[in-house]
Design a protein around this ligand. Structure first.
Ligand SMILES: NC(=O)c1ccc[n+]([C@@H]2O[C@H](COP(=O)([O-])OP(=O)(O)OC[C@H]3O[C@@H](n4cnc5c(N)ncnc54)[C@H](O)[C@@H]3O)[C@@H](O)[C@H]2O)c1
Ligand SMILES: CC(C)=CCC/C(C)=C/C=C/C(C)=C/C=C/C(C)=C/C=C/C=C(C)/C=C/C=C(C)/C=C/C=C(\C)CCC=C(C)C
Length: 611
């Protein structure tokens, strides 16, 4: 280990540090050396202020590291000795380590940080955000994923993105989207989902006048659920003091949610609607947010998204979706926590069955009291932990849920004049046959964020993000040349379909084009098979089977779209809020009752077996 200058430090000096690795009593018994990058001869409090790290070496030669007050540049220190972090594992330098900086991971991390926890986020890529990140090419700024932002208004309790940003002192400027999506469906059915609920209902009723009552009843149930959700303070459903407290304060609303928790949209829609084409439309409404039809979409999730788009509306962040993750990451650091990029976690370190640390591909190891994985459950339990030790609970999850397909995505820039003046920002296209809805390449999603924020492209241009479901099996095993040729061919067909349906002259107006396949998603988002998230294998019992944040491994939590309530930025933000609350209770930052905990976790585990 390279230590440039070190002096003997007193236990008093260590006790002045914000985070002491071990008790003073324990320190006194040890011979302590202090790393001193300021190259001063002695090591007093003032110098410590400016130091990046303090080291101590116990007599028994076990080594460890802890962080002092100032900013950490782990890379710099690690270069000198890749194995120096670790040791006995009893000393936890962080309260929590979060693997991955998707919105789920960032919300969990920031919520914990504002409660006073010391958090380290490890991100494989060079920027935060995961599927909600961004990239820039030739002056164009693209959202990696799509650009429909729920939960981003200044109203109610369900604006979780706004709340997550506010928690770290950040408020972003947003541009209201007058329409959530413009559907272009079989038999010439065109439906515009207006921001105003009454306008949307009037539009839908004008297409299905004989189903007016059915439409009002079905969307009425969605509102019942939304209003119940919106009346609660949202925290961990795995934390009994909170959960019972909510039942006590809002019994009717909680019972409403408990009633709809095991139900799916398809059954409820069929109670009110008979027209097969309108039911197919409800399938499309579900598919765009769950990648499955209405029969498989949990009613609670539909209640959330089908109403939030009218209650708070869809709002686009100025500067692009990537700004949200950037702001959260900055807020995290401002709270005194840390985020490391190019930090590829390869193993979760277990000690006596408890998750105690994380090992990176370059050999670095970090230790914490709790580990939170924002990787998918397939990655967490299939790669970060040994596949063969899959806990029963995870086996059950994998029986009930399967990886949703990935996407083929085309990020493209076009000359602005190819789009009609009043073009909407988001479109969903399924041309001829309802049966193609869930098939690979069957339907096309299109977002044109420059319709809302022209700063994302140089003047006179628009950016288009076109995507369609596609499976990794379609792309594996191809020689490079064939893979590139296939990408071009498939993209050409999709663009051709858009040209025919929406924008004549589209092909000849292209000024930039980049095609990503499921392999691209797997590589850049570190998601098994590039999956968009979990989807039920069969008809689920609503949300009952979806695991929350605790796992069968002591000290290990999951966050993100393979946790309750599933796919979607707002959904993973909720998962982050829940995760932070449960972890904070376990770390002693929030109230906790171990007896009630055991009872509730047991009950929820049992409920999942019924799904
Ligand atoms: N509404 C929209 O327009 C929209 C847009 C984009 C994304 N989404 C949603 O976002 C959801 C995903 O969010 P999320 O928070 O669950 O995850 P995510 O996939 O967005 O982020 C996970 C992050 O973890 C990192 N990571 C994974 N494995 C790692 C490892 N071993 N070491 C270090 N880092 C690692 C990845 O690089 C990534 O940054 C999807 O379900 C999707 O629905 C929605
Ligand atoms: C616990 C028990 C047992 C019971 C009790 C009862 C109660 C209290 C309950 C409660 C519950 C709750 C709270 C719940 C909650 C929930 C939530 C919040 C949910 C949410 C959800 C969300 C979602 C799902 C979302 C999604 C979204 C998405 C996915 C999106 C996407 C988008 C896209 C893709 C776009 C499209 C585009 C175009 C068209 C272009």
């Amino acid at each position: 280990m390279v230590i440039l200058n070190f002096g003997v430090c007193s236990s008093q000096l260590f006790s002045n540090c914000r985070i002491a690795p071990i008790s003073n009593q324990k320190l006194r018994k040890q011979e302590v050396f202090c790393f001193n990058p300021l190259k001063t001869q002695s090591c007093g409090d003032n110098q410590l202020e400016g130091m990046e790290y303090g080291f101590y070496r116990a007599k028994q030669r076990k080594r460890d590291i802890f962080r002092l007050k100032s900013v950490v540049d782990v890379d710099k220190v690690m270069e000198s000795d890749k194995s120096f972090i670790g040791g006995d594992g009893n000393t936890n330098h962080y309260d929590a380590i979060v693997i991955g900086s998707g919105i789920g991971g960032l919300v969990a991390a920031t919520q914990l940080a504002v409660k006073g926890a010391k958090v380290l986020v490890l991100e494989k890529y060079v920027i935060p955000g995961g599927s909600s990140g961004f990239y820039e090419r030739d002056g164009f700024k693209f959202d990696v994923g799509s650009s429909v932002m729920f939960g981003f208004s200044d109203k109610g309790n369900l604006n979780l993105i706004t709340q997550a940003l506010a928690a770290v002192g950040c408020r972003m400027q947003v541009i209201p989207d007058p329409t959530t999506v413009h559907y272009h469906l079989p038999n010439g059915l065109s439906v515009l989902v207006h921001r105003e609920y009454s306008d949307f209902v009037a539009e839908l009723v004008s297409k299905f006048p004989h189903e007016e009552n059915g439409i009002l009843e079905f969307y009425g149930v969605c509102w019942k659920i939304f209003n119940a959700l919106n009346s609660l303070e949202l925290k961990s459903l795995e934390e009994p003091i909170y959960l019972f407290g909510q039942f006590f304060k809002k019994p009717l609303e909680c019972l409403t949610l408990a009633y709809y928790l095991p139900q799916n949209v398809g059954d409820i829609a069929r109670n009110y609607i008979k027209d097969p084409q309108l039911l197919a439309f409800i399938d499309a409404e579900c598919f765009i947010v769950s990648t499955v039809n209405a029969m498989q979409t949990p009613m609670i999730n539909a209640g959330m998204v089908l109403c939030d788009r009218h209650f708070g509306g869809i709002n686009y962040p100025v500067g692009g979706v990537g700004e949200i993750a950037k702001a959260l990451a900055k807020g995290l650091v401002n709270q005194g926590s840390e985020i490391l990029y190019k930090a590829n976690a390869t193993n979760i370190i277990l000690q006596n069955g408890k998750a105690v640390g994380v090992k990176l591909s370059d050999g670095r190891q970090f230790y914490a009291k709790t580990i939170i994985s924002n990787a998918t459950r397939w990655d967490t339990f299939g790669k970060l932990l040994k596949k063969e030790d899959l806990p029963e609970e995870e086996k059950r999850f994998q029986k009930a849920y399967v990886k949703a397909p990935s996407f083929l995505s085309i990020h493209m820039a076009v000359k602005a004049d190819v789009l009609p003046q009043d073009t909407d920002c988001h479109h969903f296209i399924l041309e001829d046959d309802w049966k193609n809805l869930e098939k690979s390449y069957g339907s096309i999603f299109l977002s044109i964020p420059t319709v809302l924020d022209s700063s994302l492209a140089p003047e006179g241009n628009h950016i288009l993000h076109i995507f369609t479901t596609s499976s990794i099996e379609d792309w594996e095993g191809l020689p490079r040349k064939d893979y590139e040729a296939k990408k071009e061919l498939v993209a050409e067909k999709i663009i051709g379909r858009l040209e025919k349906k929406l924008f004549p002259g589209l092909k000849s107006s292209i000024v930039f084009k980049e095609v990503g396949t499921p392999k691209t998603h797997r590589r850049y988002l570190a998601r098994d098979s590039g999956t968009y998230g979990p989807m039920p294998r069969r008809i689920p019992k609503g949300l009952i089977g979806m695991p929350f944040n605790t796992t069968a491994i002591n000290g290990l939590y999951c966050v993100g779209d393979s946790c309750f309530p599933g796919q979607g930025v707002i959904a993973v933000a909720f998962s982050g809020v829940m995760c932070a609350h449960r972890v904070a209770a376990d770390l002693g930052f929030e109230k906790k009752n171990p007896i009630l905990d055991t009872a509730l976790l047991g009950l929820l585990g049992w409920l999942r077996t019924l799904a």
